[in-house]
Design a protein. Structure first.
Length: 289
């Protein structure tokens, strides 16, 4: 991910609901198993009403959902470990020099690759009261925190190359001299920015290495992949009970949580589907308790 800070892949129904679904299905499957049992003389005696479609859940679905539940727990553990790492290194993580700050409100662009971020890749919101060179007093008073895009060493080198190849012109000697001076000043700023950016990037790279954050993020990505594969297995199994439908709805709610949040209030068929899936998961979870 740029490192998207911790993806909300494991959001959805709480774990208590998933446990309730599992217990409910276990009970339903047990009831189905003893519905017809032999008596002492070997004759089949019906001991409970037996409706296969109401009581006997698909064992493949139960097994797939158990794997999905375990995968969600594994992802949650990986995410918690990454959050702990972020807290552990927060006070050692450097802020970029103010000279490298560009546009404010970078957090509004989720796909911004040049935004200032913390050690695990989350947008870094800094106190605007100290950013006096880049921000007006009015902006600082209205916006207490914001995230900036940064001038990287690569970008600074590109700008330096441009300015060095630029040939200033002027209609008069005075305007030419002014443009030449502007070019020289721009070259000085680019040279300064390259040095600042390289130093800052070296600092952050060193902290990423010694903290082990890359391995922690890889663990989250791998766990997320396993969870999504497990959810896909759940979706491919037929459900035979309300609890089974809840399992399938729960798996979809988790893996498509971002899409469902965006569409849940829509008046479109997609919004209706999102609301239906959520309701099925919730009702099935309550029914299984």
């Amino acid at each position: 991910m740029p490192n998207h800070v911790i993806p909300a892949a494991a959001e959805g129904l709480p774990n208590t609901t998933r446990r309730a679904l599992l217990w409910g299905l276990a009970a339903a499957s047990t009831a189905a198993a003893v519905a017809v049992a032999p008596d002492a003389h070997g004759a089949d005696v019906v001991r409970a009403p037996y409706l296969a479609c109401d009581q006997a859940e698909n064992p493949e679905l139960i097994s797939a959902y158990e794997k999905f539940y375990d995968a969600c727990a594994e992802l949650k553990e990986a995410q918690d470990a990454l959050e702990w790492l972020a807290d552990e290194w927060r006070h050692q993580w450097p802020l970029a020099p103010e000279e490298l700050l560009l546009n404010a409100n970078a957090q509004d662009n989720r796909h911004s690759t040049a935004a200032e971020r913390d050690i695990i890749g989350r947008f870094l919101l800094r106190d605007t009261s100290t950013v006096t060179k880049r921000l007006s007093r009015e902006f600082r008073e209205k916006t207490r925190q914001t995230c900036f895009t940064l001038i990287t060493s690569e970008k600074a080198r590109e700008l330096l190359d441009r300015w060095e190849r630029h040939a200033p012109k002027g209609r008069t000697e005075k305007s030419l001299a002014r443009n030449l001076a502007f070019r020289e000043e721009a070259i000085k700023e680019c040279t300064r920015d390259i040095a600042l950016a390289e130093r800052y990037e070296a600092q952050t790279a060193r902290l990423r290495t010694i903290s082990g954050v890359d391995a922690a993020q890889a663990r989250v990505r791998d766990a997320s992949t396993r969870m999504r594969k497990a959810a896909d297995e759940v979706s491919r199994c037929d459900a035979r009970t309300m609890a089974g439908l809840g399992m399938r709805a729960d798996a979809l709610t988790v893996t498509a949580s971002d899409l469902m949040k965006l569409t849940e209030s829509d008046g479109t068929p997609l919004g209706q589907l999102a609301r239906l899936v959520k309701s099925v998961a919730e009702v099935a979870g309550r029914a299984a308790v």
